[in-house]
Design a protein around this ligand. Structure first.
Ligand code: FAD
Length: 116
């Protein structure tokens, strides 16, 4: 077993989780059905309840109550999630991310072609 195969700390868990969440936004349909919208809402709600860093999950649930998840379109959800991530960035004193760029970061790759 590689010596670095250790349980994740809050940071590693966070990075992996944001990757999953933004990737869900990147593959969410542009025109979701009612069922798909309902599934995503339930997922976000349960995600906050089950998130393995309890205080992180509680803050996330408060955010979801304050700012209702926007599940009408892919773009709306991608923006909502970017705003939610920025709220955590601010809490942790990290720089905020320009949400106009969420799709380049998580779906299409950067315009300069560095991900091609
Ligand atoms: P991360 O914040 O993990 O971001 C990963 C990558 O996403 C960045 O490198 C950047 O390319 C991109 N990115 C950054 N901001 C955005 C954005 N707004 N939109 C789109 N892409 C972006 N940690 C705590 O210590 N306390 C907490 O309360 C806490 N709450 C969390 C709640 C949730 C729901 C999640 C998923 C994580 C939480 N974390 C918390 C973890 C924290 O957000 C970071 O994941 C962790 O600190 C590692 O940060 P990082 O600098 O590697 O980048």
């Amino acid at each position: 077993v590689p010596s670095k195969d250790c349980p994740p700390d809050v940071e590693e868990l966070g990075r992996s989780s944001w990757t999953l969440l933004h990737s869900i936004a990147a593959t969410y349909p542009e025109k979701p059905t009612g069922d798909q919208q309902s599934n995503l809402k339930q997922f976000i709600s349960l995600f906050g309840k089950l998130y393995p860093c309890w205080f992180c999950g509680e803050d996330f649930q408060s955010y979801v109550e304050k700012k209702e998840p926007q599940v009408m379109t892919q773009e709306a959800f991608g923006r909502w999630l970017c705003d939610a991530h920025n709220e955590v960035n601010i809490k942790l004193g990290k720089p905020t991310f320009d949400c106009n760029l969420w799709k380049q970061r998580w779906k299409d790759g950067w315009d300069d072609g560095r991900c091609d």
